[in-house]
Design a protein around this ligand. Structure first.
Ligand SMILES: Cc1ncc(COP(=O)(O)O)c(C=O)c1O
Length: 388
């Protein structure tokens, strides 16, 4: 990475209070929750300050930031602005897919058997419509493409899959899987939260039909935010059981509301639900601006560079064992490793304010744009005390 870009990452680190020395925190847990940067927190405060008085129009700035979220969200995933909407979490876009896609009784949805539950329950709920969920057997914690191909049957209509697996960081080969879906006539739905903002993806090239990501992890936004993408030519065919008064264009004129014949937006925002959480909208727009100003490719490079230090250490340690697949095309911003005392060591790490997660028996390290070498060194300094 050139020194100008490195300087930008150093500057960005300074925007995150979680990195302040006086706090003593080493935050390696964005796969659970992304911390807010100072400008995002200031955006929240600014809104709440004015919300005490309500003497200024809050709609105009909020709608401008919603527009910014759609534009920047689209940039992050390689979509067009009119294909992206503001959702409240990952589950929002996944429910949109489950209940909006034209699925008929007797048809089936394919799921991996190691999905995060957000990407399972909405599909299981289709039982009421006579649509079945069929689970594809994973191999060693990875989505198995051969098993997927074998599972496709005459009634299969959808594959819904994570971009990156939450517990081991396995990044699925989206392009290949998208091609298989296209050839088999399956809708391709993606739970994008564990990679969105840090791992580049081009939803068009990967032939994704619907993509959804909460903002609360790698998008460094507050809980209750998210983005979803619906491919342009699918939008008219998606019939959801919900519609909002903000699915149509009032042109911000809320003084003349007895119009029940307005057409839905000709864009993904027709699926959004009003009224929006304005404070969080402002904070999310601020966070997405930071992410796109650094660039997802640069962020990925920065993160993988830091994780390489940890990988080298683990390989040399003779005690820890990498659980994640670290092949270039499958690695992500999450690295999981294990050892005989993983649960105990995880407890000690958290007690030392090295915040990371324990998932499926492995220590899960999530590195983000605000981390630097000192964070990895501190982690290693504690890991190095074991075995005792
Ligand atoms: C892969 C994955 N999907 C979804 C979620 C969360 O779903 P939601 O944003 O709907 O709460 C998580 C973690 O919280 C996750 O790891």
């Amino acid at each position: 990475m050139n020194s100008e870009v490195e300087k930008k990452f150093k500057w960005a680190r300074g925007l995150f209070p979680v990195t302040q020395k006086k706090r003593g925190i080493t935050y390696l847990n964005s796969g659970s929750t992304g911390p807010l940067c100072r400008p995002a927190k200031e955006a929240l405060e600014k809104f709440y300050d004015s919300a005490q008085f309500c003497d200024r129009n809050a709609d105009f700035p909020a709608f401008a930031d919603l527009d910014r979220i759609r534009r920047l969200g689209a940039k992050i995933i390689g979509a067009r602005k009119d294909e992206v909407g503001f959702g409240f979490h990952t589950g929002f876009g996944l429910n949109l897919a489950a209940f909006g896609l034209p699925l008929k009784r007797g048809e089936e949805v394919l799921l991996s058997d190691i999905e995060f539950p957000s990407n399972v329950y909405p599909w299981l709920a289709l039982k009421q419509k006579g649509v079945k969920a069929k689970f594809i057997r994973s191999s060693n914690g990875y989505f198995d493409i051969e098993n997927f191909k074998k599972a496709i049957g005459k009634k299969s209509r959808v594959l819904s899959l994570s971009f990156v697996q939450f517990f081991n960081g396995f990044k699925n080969d989206m392009k290949r899987i998208g091609e298989i879906c296209k050839d088999a006539g399956l809708y391709f739905v993606v739970d994008g939260i564990q990679g969105c903002g840090v791992e580049p993806i081009d939803v068009h090239k990967c032939r994704v039909d619907i993509f959804s990501s909460g903002g609360q992890k790698w998008l460094l936004s507050p809980q209750g935010t998210g983005i979803f993408y619906v491919r342009k030519d699918l939008q008219d065919r998606l019939i959801t059981p919900f519609t909002s008064w903000l699915s149509v264009d009032w042109k911000l004129n809320f003084t003349d509301l007895f119009h029940y014949d307005l057409p839905l937006f000709g864009a993904a925002r027709r699926f959004e639900m009003g009224t929006y959480p304005y404070a969080h909208v402002h904070a999310m727009a601020t966070a997405l601006e930071l992410i796109t100003s650094l660039g997802v490719r640069n962020i990925q490079k920065h993160i993988h560079g830091l994780l390489n230090l940890l990988i080298d250490y683990i390989r040399a340690s003779g005690y820890y064992e990498i659980v994640s697949n670290i092949e270039t095309k499958h690695r992500s911003s999450i690295l999981a490793f294990t050892c005989p005392e993983a649960a105990k060591i995880h407890k000690i790490l958290v007690k030392s304010k090295i915040i990371c997660a324990l998932r499926e028996g492995a220590i899960r390290i999530s590195v983000h744009l605000f981390n630097d070498k000192s964070d990895i060194k501190r982690l290693i300094s504690v890991l190095d005390k074991f075995p005792e």
